[in-house]
Design a protein around this ligand. Structure first.
Ligand code: GUN
Ligand code: FE
Length: 465
């Protein structure tokens, strides 16, 4: 059905890539995307539609049509399921350290600085612009333990137009956290509750499935080792009472995994579940060591995994078996984990998810030697699969109807220019196979190729001119 053109805010005409299935990214040649005033795709028309040309002409007359130039193509925006906003201030630094030392020596001091709100505001703006410019339309953020800083990030996302799922971090255990960067249990819980209410007050729910609030509060115990049982219990109760998203680090490194096992005699997954922190509104980060039964529990609860291939190389020295998690029915998306990973680009995570999976796989050349190296069969993440994680997987994890260029999905989109002046991709034939061009875009593009980014129909980065 063709929508009433009065409700069409704008239309974009051009080719696009979008996941057709988990294993296949489809190329759709020239189409007309009608975007409603609610920021949702109202209709997608192809030139063989009898009304295509009349509607196109009318939208052009109304000055609401953008036609893409040669070499330009639309992709869904990417979701980053794990990013520590305050750590942007140390991205790239100190990655030769193991997790425990990296946290105490570098990360906690970096985060504590965000109690200075003017500084926090500057850093938050810089980060949100940097990630939007890399095609990231939704981000699941940790901020710091400071409620006011986390509220500032919510305001910055709202103003700059990025979907932000934002956590005020909880760290209350005096045994494991420095005096200068922790709260007592009662304060941590009260501040979390106040944070939920403050964010929900300025970003109320529209009631529209495809247009959820642009920012949402997330209950965020940093990880089990930084929290007391009382805090974890209290946060589980808040999650239930407020029907909030929850996030934490789960089975991230040997050290962390064993610390939790020593404390409870069970895995991270089981412990988080025991506290009511594993729900269908949960994203857990890393999940490098989930057993079959852990992953089953994720699937049963409807909880999602943020696969962070770069960070896992540093802090886990390991590759998360995400193909197995998918086979077990777990929702999986990608995360940069700034600054456990140094790269703010989800495009880079797509490449890395593919690259690191090759170090897990045993069966690429079916050699016995590969299996003997400890490889796993059916572990490969192709570019098409990685793209699915960055688009469909990420938005499913966050409960956002976006990540596909289909009617009824939010217009969260990145416009790629393969011949950008700052990075002209090696495409020399006009009739190159679009599947090959897609692979070049995924492997070779830089922020220079991302010409414009929209979130919920609003232009949040770049220009169309
Ligand atoms: N585990 C606990 N805190 C952190 C953090 O800030 N980054 C990462 N990568 N892992 C963590
Ligand atoms: Fe992290």
């Amino acid at each position: 059905p063709i929508p009433d053109l009065n409700t069409v805010a704008f239309a974009v005409e051009g080719p696009a890539y979008s996941s057709e299935s988990e294993t296949h990214v489809a190329y759709r040649p020239q189409s007309l995307y009608l975007v409603g005033t609610d920021g949702v795709i109202a209709a997608v028309l192809t030139p063989d539609d009898p009304q295509y040309h009349a509607i196109r002409a009318e939208l052009a007359r109304l000055n609401r049509l953008t036609s893409l130039a040669d070499g330009q193509v639309l992709l869904p925006g990417f979701s980053d399921l794990h990013l520590h906003a305050p750590q942007w201030a140390q991205a790239g630094a100190a990655l030769d350290e193991p997790l425990e030392r990296w946290l105490g020596r570098y990360t906690f001091p970096t985060e504590a600085r965000f109690a200075d709100l003017a500084y926090a505001d500057r850093a938050h703006r810089h980060l949100v612009q940097a990630t939007l410019a890399r095609g990231t339309t939704s981000v699941l953020y940790y901020d710091t333990i400071d409620r006011a800083a986390a509220v500032n990030l919510a305001h910055v996302c709202t103003e700059l137009g990025q979907r932000g799922f934002i956590g005020k971090v909880v760290m209350d255990d005096p045994e494991s956290n420095p005096e200068y960067y922790r709260e007592d249990t009662a304060t941590a819980l009260a501040e979390t509750e106040r944070f939920i209410n403050e964010v929900r007050e300025f970003a109320p729910d529209s009631g529209l499935d495809a247009a959820p609030p642009i920012v949402q509060p997330v209950i965020t115990p940093r990880f089990i080792p930084s929290c007391t049982d009382a805090a974890l219990e209290g946060l589980g109760e808040l999650a239930l009472r407020y029907h909030c998203f929850t996030q934490s680090h789960c089975s991230e490194s040997d050290w962390e995994h064993h610390t939790v096992f020593d404390r409870y005699g069970r895995s991270d997954t089981e412990a988080l579940d025991m506290f009511g922190l594993l729900t269908d509104r949960t994203v857990m980060h890393h999940c490098v060591y989930l057993s079959e039964s852990d992953a089953d529990l994720f699937a049963r609860r409807g909880a999602a995994v943020a696969h962070c291939p770069l960070s896992n190389a540093y802090f886990a020295n390991a590759v998360a078996p995400v193909r197995r998690y998918r086979r077990q029915g777990v929702t999986v998306g990608l995360g940069t984990d700034i600054s456990g990973g140094y790269d703010p680009s989800v495009h880079a995570m797509v490449r890395l998810a593919a690259i690191v999976s090759r170090n897990l796989e045993s069966g690429v050349d079916a050699s016995r030697e590969a299996a003997e190296r400890g490889g796993v069969a059916d572990a490969l993440v192709t570019l098409d699969r990685a793209f699915y994680l960055a688009t469909v997987g990420g938005t499913e994890a966050l409960g956002v109807r976006a990540g596909r260029l289909e009617a009824g999905y939010a217009w969260d989109v990145q416009l790629i220019d393969v011949h950008a002046p700052g990075n002209d991709l090696p495409i020399f034939e006009n009739d190159e196979d679009p599947a090959i061009t897609f692979q070049k875009i995924m492997n070779l593009s830089t922020p220079a190729n991302i010409r414009a980014v929209w979130v919920q129909g609003r232009l949040a980065h770049g220009t169309l001119a």
